[in-house]
Design a protein around this ligand. Structure first.
Ligand code: ATP
Length: 256
């Protein structure tokens, strides 16, 4: 664009926090994610909803750089993800089924390892701070193999928060958490309200309460992209889109 054209078009608009453009992921002949496109604005909380096997985890893993799209592009704050350029990955944190924890290191050592990997300032102080955030200060010297599923998840969240990411990717954040852990997670997310959150969940009620927007995926394809302002209507819409005729969507299963 020439300077004159730039002047006419006004100030450049801010790129979305995350932009997924025609992204496909194939495993052999099977297509797990099929030409998905959407953009996530900065500061929004977007829920990815869909039945088991819809492609939600695959999509989050691609956004986090843990898997590569077969086709299409993913851009984070205007920076295209490529395997050789890690700039964009530094601005993201992910909590997924794989906790990315080393069982032979203590909780604190795990965090320290990741802090060093990310070049976090004041790593000792930052590790203590995120342990406190997730309520694990008293378990810092224990090894994660001695932790319950929920405690491992808390530590995984601490790891994801270490480098103060702009974008938090959460795969089934509520699964396996007791009520207190859910409340703690909610308060961490409440404190995160100027950041961007992209989460998957089968818990429609919690998802709707937390998210501004719902992206519904089935068979790897985008089925709906909805603003969430009324939980009841979303549940009904979700059932209609997926042809689910019972409460089974709470378990994320297709009826029949
Ligand atoms: N490494 C892989 N090799 C082959 N197929 C895979 C692989 N990873 C995922 N898939 C398939 O891709 C599809 C999408 O899986 P994915 O885990 O993304 O679904 P999901 O929407 O997260 O499901 P859930 O709600 O059960 O977590 C599934 O059919 C799954 O079996």
């Amino acid at each position: 664009m020439t300077p004159e054209e730039e002047e006419r078009s006004g100030p450049a608009s801010e790129p979305p926090a995350v932009e997924v453009d025609e992204v496909t992921k194939s495993y052999g002949h099977f297509t797990a994610v099929d030409r998905l496109s959407f953009a996530v604005e900065h500061g929004s909380t977007v829920g990815l909803f869909g039945p088991n096997g819809a492609g939600k985890t695959t999509l989050l893993r691609m956004i986090a750089g843990l898997a590569r799209p077969t086709r299409g592009t993913i851009t984070v704050d205007g920076v295209r993800l490529t395997p050789d350029d890690y700039t964009a990955y530094r601005t993201m944190g992910i909590v997924t089924h794989e906790t990315m924890l080393y069982d032979e290191l203590t909780a604190r050592e795990n965090l320290r390892f990741h802090a060093d990997l990310h070049g976090v300032d004041d790593p000792t102080g930052r590790c203590a701070s995120v342990l406190e955030t997730v309520g694990l200060s008293h378990r810092g010297s224990d090894r994660p193999r001695t932790f319950s599923h929920g405690l491992r998840k808390r530590l995984s969240l601490a790891r994801a928060l270490l480098h103060d990411p702009d974008v938090l990717l959460l795969d089934e954040p509520y699964t396996g958490l007791d009520q207190r852990s859910v409340a703690d997670l909610e308060s961490v997310l409440d404190g995160f309200d100027d950041r961007t959150v992209l989460l998957t969940t089968h818990d429609l009620e919690r998802g709707v309460a937390r998210c501004d927007r719902a992206i519904v995926v089935d068979h790897g394809r985008l089925e709906a992209d909805l603003v969430l302002d009324d939980g009841t209507s979303f549940a009904a819409t979700y059932r209609r889109i997926l042809g689910v005729d019972s409460e089974s969507e709470r378990a994320g299963e297709r009826a029949g």
